[in-house]
Ligand binder design. Structure first.
Ligand SMILES: C[S@@+](CC[C@H](N)C(=O)[O-])C[C@H]1O[C@@H](n2cnc3c(N)ncnc32)[C@H](O)[C@@H]1O
Length: 510
């Protein structure tokens, strides 16, 4: 879709018109730091030795695009209401994307499709490209092969494609939608991908309004050494405040944290960059499914309460992991696990219920690590868990290693493209050659950073698992059990097959 754009230099006037106040900061182009726009101090700022927390920016509540704000705009905008009545209410993300879509769309005569409001102009200054993997070229996406983002990205792309088709089906019969979006294929999947990238990379979690988009506040970049933070005021507005004990030079960038606990993969997936970490702690989340030959596999998916993932955390000490689902999928009928559908007094059948040694544990299926504690075969179950985990980590490592060669070769092509331009008009030619290889150096840098960080986490996890397994193999219960069956329990489990369905991966990050 052709999108009308405006230069960010129009933002000060737009902000003034809409009662947004900037105090000693302004919006500045930080493209040279590969950050797009950002907020920068216009004079020295100090919050040291004072209880005052200097306010840096103030945004009125009626500009906040939240669930509540959307309801207000729905009341006054018949077209927004019409689309959301047909295809709204499933998720706030989707509803906000529809709102944004209406505001980037134009009628034939160039008039705004939606009822004009401050967002109609604001969307014009938003960037047309966000460096998130959903907007990467095919070649760039190949750099993620073998990482935890490979399945997540594939799933996200199929969710976006499905949503786009659903939007078309739901609105094709609305005359103005047909004319504006579908008749000449004006609206295409790339537009939907951009709207999703806007929402994911620019939304904030507000204490009262929940997930929201806040104009101008979304110009602040992230730093793990942030010097500011935001708060919501009692009247629904949002303020940006300088953190205590800060002394800032004029021209220093104002940043807040997008989430200290987010993994590198999550940062890259949602925001399109991986920052230099101040701590050595890292997290890797791997999707997990029951083994394909498990007859209870489907019931285990239906009966599980939490996320079907393995979370590996590392720090200077080494690695640790959590995975309530892993404990659940390692148990079988002969261990005491059972699934029942109960007949209710009204004749209806209850939803699936999960039993562990005759007790109903439907509400606590994410707590099998504790539930097995008083079982005489506890160590045997734990060995199964650790063995399955080991298989999973080893196969992920193998995949990451196997793809590294191909990735390095792609990477060398980009380097060669850059080097061959050194002597002649570097900028123009570099851009041209890199666009032929279709890999941006920034994307390449971030993808390689992710590969390196995931490799390190998996290696540390592998060492920790080996120790855990060796310890369990010394357990008397395990030795007795293995002797009884004359075989090695640790060799029993087949590798975990990852066949995650689309929506779940989407939930992990977005
Ligand atoms: C909320 S917006 C911030 C404003 C944005 N820079 C712009 O030009 O509109 C988030 C996006 O800014 C960029 N960004 C934020 N912090 C960054 C950082 N520390 N390093 C690189 N890019 C960053 C990423 O592209 C991210 O998706």
């Amino acid at each position: 879709m052709h999108r009308e754009t405006l230069s960010p230099s129009t933002l000060p006037a737009w902000s003034k018109l809409n009662d947004i106040s900037f105090f000693d900061i302004h919006i500045q182009d930080l493209t040279h730091e590969e950050k797009g726009l950002g907020l920068v101090a216009t004079r020295k700022l100090n919050s040291k030795d004072t209880c005052e927390r200097p306010t840096l920016m103030e945004i009125p509540g009626d500009l906040v695009l939240s669930a509540e704000g959307l309801e207000e705009w729905k009341r006054v905008d018949g077209r927004l209401r019409e689309v959301l009545e047909r295809w709204g209410g499933k998720s706030l993300r989707r509803d906000i994307m529809v709102f944004l879509l209406i505001h980037i769309s134009r009628e034939e005569d160039g008039k705004s499709l939606g009822v004009k409001n401050p967002w109609t102009e604001y969307v014009k200054v938003l960037p047309g490209h966000i460096p998130v993997p959903t907007m990467w070229s095919e070649e760039e996406r190949m750099l993620l092969t073998g990482t935890s983002l490979e399945p997540a990205l594939a799933a996200k792309m199929s969710v976006l494609t499905r949503e786009f088709e659903e939007l078309r089906e739901a609105t094709e019969s609305i005359a103005w939608c047909y004319k504006c979006w579908w008749q000449n294929s004006t609206l295409n999947i790339e537009d939907w991908v951009l709207l999703d990238a806007w929402f994911r990379s620019r939304s904030l979690e507000l204490p009262n309004s929940g997930e929201s988009m806040v104009p101008c506040m979304d110009m602040a970049n992230h730093s793990s050494k942030a010097n500011s933070y935001y708060e919501q005021t009692t009247n629904g507005g949002v303020v940006l405040l300088l953190r205590p004990d800060m002394e800032l030079e004029a021209t220093e960038e104002i940043t807040f944290s997008y989430g200290d606990l987010k993994s590198d993969a999550e940062m890259l997936f949602s925001y399109g960059f991986i920052d230099e970490k101040t701590s050595t702690s890292q997290v890797l989340v791997l999707p997990l499914e029951p083994m394909s030959e498990d007859p209870l596999g489907k019931a285990k998916i239906a009966g599980f309460m939490g996320r079907r993932v393995i979370t590996i955390s590392t720090d200077q000490e080494g690695a640790s992991w959590t995975s309530p689902f892993l404990y659940f999928i390692c148990l079988n009928e002969e261990d005491g696990l059972d699934f029942k559908v109960l007949q209710q007094t009204d004749g209806e059948q209850s939803p699936l219920r999960v039993f562990w040694r005759e007790s109903d544990v439907t509400e606590v299926t994410d707590n099998f690590e504790s539930l097995i504690e008083d079982h005489e075969l506890q160590d045997v179950f734990k060995l199964r868990v650790v063995t399955l985990l080991e298989d999973h980590v080893e196969s992920q490592l193998e995949r990451l290693n196997k793809c590294d060669g191909a990735v390095q070769s792609l990477s060398r092509q980009v380097e060669a493209a850059c080097e061959s331009t050194i002597s002649i008009r570097r900028d123009a030619l570099t851009t041209l050659l890199i666009s032929m290889v279709e890999i941006s150096p920034t994307v390449e840098k971030n993808a390689l950073r992710l590969r390196a960080s995931e490799m390190l986490i998996l290696q540390k996890a592998s060492t920790a698992i080996e120790t855990q397994k060796a310890k369990l193999l010394e357990s008397e219960v395990v030795l007795r059990y293995l002797g009884m069956f004359g075989k090695d329990e640790s060799e029993e489990s087949a590798p975990v097959l990852v066949t995650k369905d689309d929506d779940d991966v989407d939930e992990d990050f977005s």
